[in-house]
Design a protein around this ligand. Structure first.
Ligand code: KG4
Ligand code: ZN
Length: 339
């Protein structure tokens, strides 16, 4: 089953074609560098650029897959959550194509897409259940217990900032570019991760929720202390200290979750922040010790950050389980869609 998918929940215009939930025939992402100067996504600019880009990105995806829309079995789209005006671009394009070409139309929850990103370019049997999945990006930080690709229960979430947002804001305070995650992690490699003492915030004993605002405030206090010198070496030290405490936070939370769900067969780490090597290493140690299996992350960095291939994969599993999930009419964007 070949699924054409659209993902426009934030600032990237993404179109992909994926066969049977795993085989990526095309995965095109047009980024919007226009937001970098504002250190964050400006919704009006994002919506306008999606409207300008989607047709070209669609053509590129079909060309790369060497297919015509007539050859596609179904169309999928991120229904939410995300920026309403950005989502509307994708749902409108997908609904229009589905009506025009009479194809089933499958709505997908953005996070469900991230959860399925581990299937891309893998054998389905490599992914085992029950699993625990950490979904960490600029917009979300949450924990899920999954019994199958479609049976998902949220067991924790951030109560304030997302971890990627904390990376982005730390970068901004240090005068670095946006998005901050890749830059902070690169500078951290040459820094001393013990140079600054930052708080390890793990919440009440049994809690699987996260909080990153205290860590962000601690970075703010250091940067604005009159003794702090914004030299390249101190910037590297602060980046290293920040990255290390973030990795420790995830490590502690994963251990706590595994204690609560001892039958876990695998641990998955997805979303933009899963591109971070240090955090991967920290989680891998805990996952191996408990499950006797390595941490599973998307096979390619391009499947960690937002992409449409993961949306096609989630749509495939939804459709396999329940073909009635496909719509025959316009899909409404829903910026606060619940999983
Ligand atoms: O999944 P994604 O593309 O978009 C959202 O849904 O937010 O994630 C983007 C986020 C940004 O906050 C970015 O700074 C972060 O992922 N990120 C990283 C790394 N690469 C991207 N954070 C830490 N280390 C990285 N290597
Ligand atoms: Zn995302």
């Amino acid at each position: 089953m070949k699924i054409l998918a659209f993902e426009t929940s934030c600032d990237d215009t993404c179109v992909a074609v994926v066969e049977n939930g795993t085989r990526v025939l095309a995965n095109i992402r047009q980024a919007q560098g226009e937001h970098n100067q504002y250190h964050g996504v400006v919704p009006e600019i994002a919506a306008r650029l999606h409207a300008e880009h989607w047709r070209g990105v669609l053509d590129q995806a079909l060309k790369e897959a060497d297919l015509k829309i007539e050859d596609i079995d179904a169309i999928a789209v991120t229904q939410g959550p995300g920026l309403q005006t950005s989502l509307l671009n994708g749902t409108t394009a997908a609904s229009f194509l589905s009506l025009l070409y009479q194809k089933p139309l499958i709505p997908v929850h953005h996070i469900h897409g991230h959860l399925c990103s581990v299937f891309l370019e893998r054998e389905i049997s490599e992914i085992q259940y029950p699993c625990l999945t950490l979904t960490v990006s600029g917009g979300h930080t949450s924990f899920y217990r999954c019994e199958s690709p479609t049976q998902i229960t949220q067991i924790g979430q951030t109560l304030d900032d997302a971890a990627g947002e904390a990376f982005d804001k730390t970068a901004k305070m240090l005068g670095l570019d946006y998005p901050g995650g890749p830059i902070v992690s690169k500078l951290a490699e040459e820094g001393d991760d013990q140079a600054y003492k930052l708080p390890l915030i793990v919440m009440a004993k049994a809690s699987l929720d996260f909080s990153f605002s205290g860590l962000k405030a601690a970075v703010y206090r250091i940067v604005h202390d009159e003794n702090f010198k914004k030299t390249p070496s101190e910037i590297k030290n602060l980046c290293a200290s920040f990255q290390s405490i973030t990795a420790k936070t995830f490590q502690k939370k994963l251990q706590r979750a595994l204690d609560q769900y001892p039958d876990t067969a695998q641990v998955h780490f997805v979303g933009g922040v899963s591109a971070n090597t240090r955090i991967r290493e920290a989680l891998d140690v805990v996952a191996r010790a408990h499950c006797d299996a390595p941490l599973q992350v998307p096979i390619d960095m391009s499947y960690c950050t937002d992409n449409a291939a993961m949306i096609a994969s989630a749509a495939y599993f939804n459709y396999q389980e329940n073909p009635a999930c496909a719509k025959t009419q316009f899909i409404d964007a829903d910026s606060r869609l619940k999983i």
